[in-house]
Structures are given as structure tokens and as C-alpha cells.
Write a protein that binds this ligand. Structure first.
Ligand code: FE2
Length: 346
């Protein structure tokens, strides 16, 4: 192991939350286990994992961290990586892992029949298990005519009203990446510049903070993923749920490309020591019970069609999704970051 790799490993030890036993190869390579490197950041996923353990008798050892850390860790570990499954909350990071050849192709009739083609890699390198839409929220008391499209957000009518996350956020990058794919680089640059110019405050906070900004009166319009809003409908989110009736929502581009979707995505690691268990875990994620859990437990949209939505997610209503190939979106990530930097979207 190089000096650099050693440093990386030490740094990860300090920043990653390790659940389960991964010390030494004996425990992690034993039959009946699967080592899951996950950047899903939801406490409510516990039941998703425990149900799998109960159904199969396979123990899940979880290593949690942000996707960049997990990918760098897999790279540093190389052929000796104990990682069996990588889970990320966005396609761009998964494509990065793909480019670094950290993923192994999987041929599974279950995965191919359960998941629609646009949510999985053509050669089985990754599979999307749940979806969220990145949409427009607005203050019903302040905004008489809300934006109906992403392009509308760039209109001068909305000057000083928009709140959004920083340009380093993966959801924000994916949205601009999709705009590049649909409209081209020049239009995407003009859009990012105008939206930044329409902001009520400098980009800051998470998606929930954008929604809180509407409740506090600081923001007239917010860009956020659906599941943060649905969660605040379902449970008590501080400084949001009590006044959530004030917030209206628009699924953008319903007469055009459809609302932008981002996915939570999983893959089997290139050097997975427990490959069969890894595939079993991915197949389990497409079961009706697991798919229902993505909606009931985490307010996401199931990837498998026909699975019932939770009451809070169903309340958002039916909408037309952008079915653009997600690899195309992910491949524009670097360009999206360049555009954000060029227009001063911090
Ligand atoms: Fe999130």
C-alpha cells in the first residue's frame, strides 16, 4: 500500500461511521454476510436492512459515509476490498465508481424484469432502486403565479425570491446536468446565471432548509427533492411541518420533458468477496416489501411499477417524469460544475 493510500485509509477511519464488524478478513469474508458501503443517509433504512437479514439469514455489515469517501476507500483497498455492494443516493457518483472500474456486471433476471430499463445500466453495472423528483416549491401567500418549468426560474419576475442549495450538492449538479442534456451548454449557462441572480440569499443548507426558508418568509420559491417535503407531511420536522400548508408545489416541465428525477442506486463491487449475497441483496431491494418501504419509510418513489405509494407521497399527486437516460445526465456532471463555477453559483 502506498503512503498516499495509507493516509487515505487513516482519514476514512476518522470520518466514516462503521456499523458491524469489518476488522480483519475472517469475519468480513465469512459466508452468510454482505458488506455494504452505503451513502444513504436515512435512519429509517434500519428496517430495510433488518428485514433482509431476517428473510435470508445473511448479516449486513454496513460502512456508511459520503459517496466520494466510500469510492476512494474502495480504490485504496483495491483487490482486497471487502466491499460487496455500493449504494449511493445519486447516479453521478455511481458513474464515477463505474469509470474507476470498481463495479462488476450483474446478470439477474429478477433485476432485469423488476426494474425499468432507464433505471439500470445496460450491462448490469448499476441498478436504480428508488426515485425522487427535484421540483419547485413556493409560498402560496406570496407567489401568485409560480414557475411552471425549470426555465421559468430564470425569469426576472422571480428576482430575490429563489432559494437553492450550493453547487457542490449532488442533486443540484444532477439537475443542471439534465438541463445541459436537454438544452445544451449555452442555455444551461444562461439558466444558472439567471437563477443565481434571482436568489433571495446565497446558496446554503440542505433541501429541508430551503423549505424552511419559505416558512420563515426568507424564500418565496425553493428547489428541493420531493422526499424532504413528503417527510415533513408525514412526521414532525422542526420549523417546517407546523406551517407546511403555506407551501405549494409544482412538478416542472409537465408539457415538456417532465420533472427531473434523481435515484438511489446500487451496484456489486468489482472484487466482492460475497458476490452471491450481494446479488441477493440487490434483488431483495426490488421486492414489493422493500420497494414499499422506500415509499413508506423514506418518502421516495419506488422504482418498480405498481408498488403503492405512502399517503404522504401520494398526496403530491401524479406527474410526468423525465425519462432521460441517467448515464447521459451523470456524464454532464463535470460540465455542470464548471458552469456553476463560471456563473458564481457558490
Ligand atoms: Fe437526500
Amino acid at each position: 500500500m502506498s503512503y498516499k493510500s495509507s493516509c487515505l485509509t487513516a482519514a476514512f477511519g476518522a470520518t466514516l461511521l462503521t456499523i458491524g464488524v469489518l476488522a480483519g478478513t475472517g469475519a468480513s469474508l465469512a459466508q452468510g454476510e454482505v458488506n455494504l458501503y452505503s451513502s444513504r443517509h436515512y435512519d429509517t433504512d434500519e428496517r430495510l436492512y433488518s428485514d433482509f437479514e431476517e428473510q435470508t439469514g445473511i448479516t449486513i455489515n454496513r460502512i456508511e459515509g459520503n459517496a466520494d469517501e466510500l469510492i476512494a476507500r474502495m480504490e485504496a483497498e483495491g483487490a482486497n476490498s471487502p466491499a460487496d455492494v455500493l449504494l449511493t443516493v445519486d447516479i453521478s457518483r455511481m458513474v464515477r465508481a463505474e469509470e474507476k472500474q470498481l463495479l462488476a456486471p450483474v446478470k439477474s433476471v429478477v433485476l432485469e424484469t423488476r426494474l425499468p430499463a432507464h433505471l439500470r445500466h445496460p450491462d448490469g453495472l448499476w441498478f436504480g432502486f428508488s426515485q425522487r423528483s427535484r421540483i419547485i416549491f413556493y409560498d402560496k401567500a406570496r407567489i401568485e403565479t409560480p414557475p411552471l418549468t425549470y426555465a421559468d426560474l430564470a425569469k426576472p419576475d422571480y428576482k430575490g425570491l429563489i432559494c437553492a442549495r450550493s453547487s457542490t450538492n449532488t442533486y443540484q449538479i444532477a439537475l443542471l446536468s439534465s438541463i445541459i442534456a436537454h438544452e445544451g451548454e449555452e442555455a444551461a449557462t444562461n439558466w444558472a446565471k439567471a437563477v443565481r441572480g434571482n436568489m433571495a440569499r446565497a446558496p446554503q443548507g440542505g433541501d429541508t432548509d430551503q423549505l424552511r426558508g419559505i416558512v420563515s418568509g426568507e424564500c418565496g420559491i425553493a428547489i428541493a427533492n420531493t422526499y424532504y417535503f413528503a417527510r415533513a407531511l408525514r412526521s414532525d420536522v422542526t420549523d417546517l411541518s407546523a406551517s407546511i400548508d403555506r407551501i405549494g408545489w409544482v412538478f416542472p416541465d409537465q408539457s415538456g420533458n417532465g420533472a427531473h428525477m434523481n435515484i438511489s442506486v446500487g451496484a456489486v463491487a468489482a472484487n466482492a468477496p460475497n458476490r452471491d449475497n450481494a446479488i441477493k441483496f440487490l434483488e431483495y431491494l426490488t421486492s414489493d416489501s422493500a420497494q414499499k418501504y422506500f415509499s413508506d419509510g423514506n418518502d421516495e418513489y419506488p422504482a418498480v411499477s405498481g408498488v403503492a405509494l405512502s399517503a404522504s407521497v401520494a398526496k403530491l399527486g401524479l406527474f410526468r417524469q423525465d425519462a432521460i437516460n441517467l448515464s447521459t445526465v451523470a456524464n454532464n456532471s463535470t460540465k455542470a460544475t464548471e458552469i456553476f463555477n463560471a456563473v458564481g453559483w457558490e
